[in-house]
Design a protein around this ligand. Structure first.
Ligand SMILES: [Zn+2]
Length: 358
């Protein structure tokens, strides 16, 4: 908080300095008006946040001409990223297995595959049903084998019949994806040519149907939208539909014998240490949200808001709980993870709600 305030003051000082210099140099009313406009533009464009720790970023730069990075993680297993999303594929000697199809990477996935093999895509796995991870899957061969958890198949079937409120993948582009041709309940082993993947479902975490995809030979685990290496999770605990399941998944991830984690997002791959770090951040959120719920005085808040507008009362109370939790969490984590100041308020709000009602 303090750093942010200091940084804000510094920027304000710079702006004031710029205005003074502009005023001194100004020889006409027209110039003066231009300087005012520039100041207004600067104020509008400047969005300030705490610095991001260097450890949040990966060491391999992404070729901006190509727009993606493809990197082998061992024995024919590759991951692809455009800097925000991750997917993976494996060459098997008998066709390519792909996992996910983020529309932000789009057909660059096909370019990445063509860079390393002539094999055609024979198997497609969906990590879960969210469009931002699979809505480009219609680019894959229609006659490939499509594999997903049964819950993912149920959710995807709702894209048929016009029951969706907006087109599938409406925000990031994309279109309805091929329906899974193979589904499973608890686990499924896929063996193709030289490769083996162990798929498993261990209860609701990010959303129902979000699976663990484990490559034992390479000791690579792909598990999407739960762990965010180097960063705090995406807003509101990565929009999880089940907070206790989301928290429990941190321990579940660590039961796999993996060395590299493909987590679906942001600037680098993950390690076991990243999972341990995020687990500690989550434990702090639980503790700090619980403490705030026990500390902020609901009746004192009611004394200030009155009872006539219950939404004003609850909103004020819950925001004060979230603020107290946020202050203690940010104080510890601001120099350890990226985006702590951005998303901790939302995490605290959601965690407090879970503790209050779940
Ligand atoms: Zn998701």
């Amino acid at each position: 908080m303090l750093n942010r305030q200091k940084f804000s003051s510094f920027i304000l000082l710079l702006l004031v300095f710029a205005i003074i210099v502009g005023m001194i140099g100004c020889k006409s009313a027209e110039t003066m008006s231009n300087s005012d406009e520039m100041m207004a533009d600067a104020q509008q464009d400047t969005i300030i946040a705490l610095p991001v720790p260097a450890a949040a970023y990966g060491s391999t730069p992404i070729d901006q001409e190509k727009g993606y990075l493809v990197e082998e993680l061992g024995e024919g297993l590759y991951y692809v990223t455009e800097g925000m999303y991750h997917m993976m594929f494996l060459t098997t000697g008998k066709g390519v297995i792909v996992v996910d199809a983020p529309p932000t990477i789009g057909d660059k996935v096909l370019s990445a595959i063509a860079e390393v093999t002539d094999e055609t895509i024979t198997h497609v796995i969906y990590s879960h049903s969210h469009g931002d991870h699979i809505a480009a899957a219609s680019m894959y061969p229609a006659d490939a084998v499509y594999i997903a958890h049964e819950e993912t198949a149920i959710r995807l079937s709702s894209q048929e019949g016009g029951s969706r409120l907006a087109p599938f993948g409406a925000f990031l582009g994309g279109s309805p994806v091929p329906e899974p041709t193979v589904t499973f309940t608890d686990s499924y082993t896929l063996e193709v040519g030289t490769q083996k993947l162990e798929l498993s479902y261990r209860g609701v975490n990010h959303i129902p149907g979000n699976i663990y995809i484990y490559a034992p030979k390479q000791k690579v685990l792909m598990f999407i939208d739960v762990i965010f290496p180097g960063w705090v999770p995406f807003k509101y605990l990565a929009i999880t539909e089940n907070v206790p399941g989301y928290i429990a998944a941190h321990d579940e991830v660590l039961t796999f014998d993996f060395e590299t984690l493909i987590s679906g997002h942001l600037t680098r791959l993950g390690t076991r240490a990243d999972v341990e770090t995020q687990k500690e951040y989550m434990n702090d959120l639980v503790g700090n949200a619980a403490h705030a719920l026990q500390t902020v005085d609901f009746m004192a808040v009611a004394g200030r808001t009155g009872w006539a507008n219950p939404w004003l009362l609850f909103d004020t109370y819950l925001n004060e709980v979230a603020d107290m939790c946020t202050d203690s969490t940010v104080a510890k984590w601001s120099d350890k993870l990226g985006g702590v100041d951005i998303f901790t308020p939302g995490h605290c709000w959601k965690m407090a709600e879970m503790l209050r009602v779940d």
